[in-house]
Design a protein around this ligand. Structure first.
Ligand code: AMP
Length: 130
């Protein structure tokens, strides 16, 4: 059974795409902690991020770096926080989250409810900066 992220990669499920290359995809988290909260995933399905090969893992972080710089151009913030959880979706991913304080990385906080038009414009703006 393919993960929800593999179905996004296959085009079965839509996403608010931010960036893509042959190996990786970045799209907005649908339940964001902040505007611009983005997920970076490998296109090849791997549950646990530390089961990825050294070269794929380092390439994914370099891809995430480009995406993080683009997010920071669009969303005013002090830094882009980086975290890996992976308890909900068994497909490796990196969370990139615009932050101003440590509390902005607290996943137990209520998530933002954003209109699809807001997701759409955020993803387009960030994509234009990558
Ligand atoms: P975790 O596996 O604990 O790192 O959490 C998975 C993350 O994926 C959560 O922040 C969800 O909001 C997010 N998520 C789940 N399904 C989707 C989806 N279809 N599109 C975008 N983000 C999603």
């Amino acid at each position: 059974m393919a993960t929800i992220f593999a179905r996004i990669v296959n085009g079965e499920i839509p996403c608010y795409k931010v960036a893509e290359d042959e190996k990786f995809l970045a799209f907005l988290d649908i339940n964001p902690l902040a505007k611009g909260h983005t997920l970076v995933i490998p296109k090849v399905e791997t549950d646990y991020i530390f089961d990825m090969t050294d070269s794929d893992l380092s390439a994914m972080m370099i891809f995430a770096k480009k995406v993080a710089k683009a997010i920071k151009e669009v969303v005013p913030c002090t830094k882009i926080g980086v975290t890996v959880i992976g308890l909900e979706v068994p497909h490796a991913h990196i969370h990139l989250i615009p932050i101003n304080s440590i509390y902005d990385m607290d996943f137990s906080r209520p998530k933002l409810q954003l209109d699809s038009s807001v997701f759409e414009s955020l993803s387009q703006e960030i994509a234009s900066m990558v």
